[in-house]
Design a protein around this ligand. Structure first.
Ligand SMILES: Nc1nc2c(ncn2[C@@H]2O[C@H](COP(=O)(O)OP(=O)(O)OP(=O)(O)O)[C@@H](O)[C@H]2O)c(=O)[nH]1
Ligand SMILES: [Mg+2]
Length: 478
């Protein structure tokens, strides 16, 4: 199916800064290469597979014993790549590892390309493409939940669902084709309405799996949350409260925060990138630096998935109309979700209900249709009151109506998978119609295309450039 590179590759497959560095060599000459750069009382070989041996990396100097290290041999096919793999584990620090790698390259190995070990594992049938992508997701996982999702994918959760769908598509394809091949004979065929019904439910299955992509994106990539509002509303205090430590400078002086500040925090397993912004007020009141900060705040508003707008509840009621006006004005720049939130509830003179009612429906943007007043949150960044409630609101806003099943993220496909599944679903819809119309040839060709598209997900029908695209995102040594 694919051209097999059959040379021997090597790379340092551990990151910089660790205590141990591993040089991995894979290919038919892996053992020779490692034997050429490493010496021990016992040498790695077929007689002692998968045993860690103690020895030294060979030294250039006559008297030197060389770097103490461990070596191991994992013969094909029971290795990560499915080829002969030999590794040297030496002390961390880039010098030792690079020297060992240089020796391995001199001994005949070629420097591995990005993701080449994993690519070989795929080509040798050790992993399907979804599992290989799971490896990448695991490396990039920014939260425990994203890690779990990647782990499930690595263990084949997505792959097995996709293979089920493909197997059914191939089965239904053979039904259509047998009518073409044996049109004269009286074979035991599925009635057309039954066949089209099965194609329909397969289409639903494919579309359903595609729809898990949004949950996947949310768990993997998270959401951006921007805290905005007038100066001194307590935006930086809230960021600090969310993080649990004093990240941003907080002072009673309006205009303290000059530049946007981004930090990550996990809420309900969803990674939130939280941005604290410079308070927004009339440009005339601001000095040039603050004005530049406000410009950045404006940009953040437009780019955020969720904007949390803080209002100051400790201010006298006379300030509210101006606060609401500033809020409504800012909301126009927001493309994501908007959550208004009263802060400083510990210093509020009136009840939450009265605060909310101060925003009369008359204030609501008439273009918003219903003119329904927004649902406010009520917090105190100082005491922490209301923060849990706000967190739950942020969580549900991030999930935004996704069904609970999707939220579990048991198996969530990537954008790449979803695009292929959606295309396949369209071809399945066409196939179903053709079956009802008795156009067996067209039905067969749509089913064949659907099966090919689905096969591209696991790699059964993927082209080399698809593989290039996927594996180029890996680092060298993986
Ligand atoms: N009573 C009370 N004071 C608060 C609360 N949150 C913040 N403050 C105080 O309000 C003042 C301003 O807080 P900041 O967090 O710096 O406000 P900010 O919105 O970041 O202000 P700028 O960066 O100037 O836009 C500080 O004196 C805080 O201690 C709160 O919940 N209750
Ligand atoms: Mg601030």
């Amino acid at each position: 199916m694919f051209e097999h590179e059959n040379d021997t590759i090597a790379a340092v497959c551990t990151g910089t800064g660790g205590a141990v560095s591993i040089i991995r060599v894979s290919g038919p000459r892996a053992l020779d290469v490692v034997r050429g750069v490493w010496r021990g009382k016992r040498m790695p070989g077929p007689d002692c597979p998968r045993v860690m041996l103690y020895g030294h990396i060979v030294s250039g100097a006559e008297d030197g014993a060389g770097e103490p290290s461990l070596a191991v041999f994992m013969p094909a096919p029971h290795s990560f790549t499915g080829e002969d793999v030999a590794e040297i584990h030496c002390h961390g620090g880039s010098f030792a590892a690079r020297r060992a790698l240089r020796l391995a390259l001199q001994a005949g190995a070629r420097l591995a390309q990005n993701g080449e070990f994993t690519r070989r594992a795929f080509l040798n049938g050790k992993l399907d493409l979804t599992q290989a992508e799971g490896v990448l997701d695991l490396i990039n996982a920014g939260s425990e939940r994203a890690g779990l999702l990647a782990e499930r994918q690595l263990n084949g959760a997505v792959g097995s669902l996709v293979r089920e769908i493909r197997a059914e598509a191939v089965h239904l394809l053979s039904e259509c084709e047998s009518r073409l091949d044996f049109s004269e004979e009286d074979l035991d065929w599925m009635p057309p309405d039954v066949l089209s019904g099965r194609i329909d439910s397969l289409r639903e299955q494919a579309a359903g799996l595609a729809s898990t992509a949004r949950a996947g994106a949310l768990i993997r990539d998270g959401v951006s949350l921007v805290i905005a509002g007038p100066p001194n509303a307590g935006k930086s205090s809230l960021l600090n409260r969310m993080l649990g430590y004093d990240r941003a400078i907080v002072t009673p002086v309006p205009g303290t925060t000059r530049d946007t500040l981004e930090e990550s925090v996990s809420i309900g397993g969803i990674p939130f990138r939280v941005t604290d912004t410079a308070g927004l007020r009339d440009a005339e009141q601001a000095d040039p630096v603050e004005a530049m900060g406000m410009e950045r705040s404006q940009q953040s508003l437009g780019a955020a998935d969720i904007v949390l707008w803080l209002l100051d509840a400790s201010e006298p009621a006379e300030s509210f109309p101006a606060q609401f006006e500033a809020m409504d004005k800012a909301e126009k720049a927001v493309r994501g979700k908007f959550i208004p939130c009263w802060n400083k509830m510990d210093g509020a003179a009136v009840s939450p209900g009265e605060l909310d009612r101060a925003y009369s429906p008359g204030n609501a943007d008439p273009n918003q249709g219903t003119g329904k007043p927004p649902v406010f949150e009520h917090i105190s960044a100082r005491t922490g009151d209301g923060i849990e409630h706000l967190f739950r609101r942020l969580e549900t806003t991030a999930w935004d109506g996704l069904p609970p099943a999707a939220q579990s993220g048991a198996a969530a496909v990537s954008e790449r998978h979803a695009a292929l599944l959606e295309q396949a679903a369209n071809h399945l819809a066409a196939a179903s119609e053709c079956v009802l119309a008795g156009s067996w040839e067209l039905a067969g060709s749509s089913l064949r295309t659907a099966a090919e598209l689905i096969g591209c997900i696991t790699g059964e029908t993927a082209t080399p450039d698809v593989l290039d695209e996927i594996f180029s995102r890996f680092c060298i040594g993986k």
